[in-house]
Design a protein around this ligand. Structure first.
Ligand code: GLN
Length: 287
């Protein structure tokens, strides 16, 4: 069988069983089975595959069909152009979460000689948000926290692999704690991608075979459980002029904007993702 035929076989199987991005998934899994990059695979589609590679590939496709995310199967997911390690200790990084990074970058004051901005990433999981921010802004003193010990381990592995230890803002602190309990004032910026999926939908997602950690998804009956405490704690930790930016579910924009304003934030605004869906809410603690 050629690589092209194997890709067609896998794409067909995935299309039926795990709709989404079957061709992309099949090519990533075949490249992984061949131990080459996806670009290299696309240049080698006419090549014949040996049986060992084909066997490995079919086993990977079967894992995907059983519900395992591609990122967990390959152990890696690109986010903000950086290769994050990804496994069931934390949610895999989602492309739409890049809007949270983008929003925070657009709200941060420009770097100033001799001044370190202090930033906290709560519900850090794999660390993708805080690590991407730290990679863009070496002047930021970054702390990342999570209630889950295993998630924090993964986060630390990613920080060690993706950030230079001698960055001006120092190596990020990894802190164990729920919501913002581990954060220390004064902060200039707080970012968070809290669990925001309703409990019912979380059960459905896990029932369909996803091995992602339930605690990272489940935001209570309406998915909004964490935003109130998060906004209240953030408001008291921030410097005047500082901001809170959070990822949200696409139907939560107005509700989360209202929660931020009730906590004292001004100018709460909703940012849409590339699909045109509400994805981020940000508010400022007015000076
Ligand atoms: N966007 C994720 C999903 O729908 C949820 C992420 C989260 O709860 N923070 O699977």
């Amino acid at each position: 069988m050629t690589a092209r035929e194997a890709v067609a076989e896998g794409t067909g199987a995935l299309e039926a069983g795990r709709p989404g991005s079957p061709f992309l998934d099949a090519t990533i899994l075949l490249a992984h089975a061949m131990d080459i990059s996806r670009d290299a695979l696309l240049a080698r589609l006419p090549d014949a595959l040996d049986d060992a590679v084909l066997g490995r590939y079919r086993a990977l496709v079967a894992r995907r069909l059983a519900g395992e995310p591609v990122a967990y199967i390959t152990g890696c997911r690109e986010f903000w152009g950086l290769p994050f390690r990804s496994d069931p200790r934390a949610l895999m990084p989602r492309p739409e979460t890049e809007h949270l990074v983008e929003t925070a970058l657009s709200m941060l004051p420009p770097p100033r000689q001799g001044k370190r901005l202090r930033c906290h990433d709560a519900f850090a999981g794999s660390g993708c948000v805080g690590i991407a921010l730290a990679s863009e802004r070496p002047d930021i003193e970054m702390a990342l926290s999570d209630a889950s010990g295993p998630a924090l381990e993964l986060c630390a592995e990613n920080a060690a692999a993706l950030l230079t230890p001698d960055r001006p803002g120092g190596f990020p602190a990894m802190l164990r704690g729920d919501i913002l309990s581990a954060a220390s004032a004064p902060l200039d910026a707080i970012v968070a991608n809290p669990p925001y999926v309703s409990s019912a939908l979380t059960r459905e997602i896990l029932g369909a075979g996803s091995p992602e950690p339930a605690d990272a998804l489940d935001g209570g009956p309406d998915g909004l459980a964490f935003y109130g405490p998060l906004a209240a704690q953030a408001f008291s930790l921030l410097n005047p002029g500082g901001f809170l930016a959070v990822e949200i579910g696409d139907e939560q924009g107005p509700a989360v904007a209202a929660i931020l304003e009730a906590a004292g934030f001004s100018d709460a605004r909703i940012v849409r993702d590339l699909a045109g869906l509400d994805r981020v809410v940000a508010g400022v603690k007015r000076a």
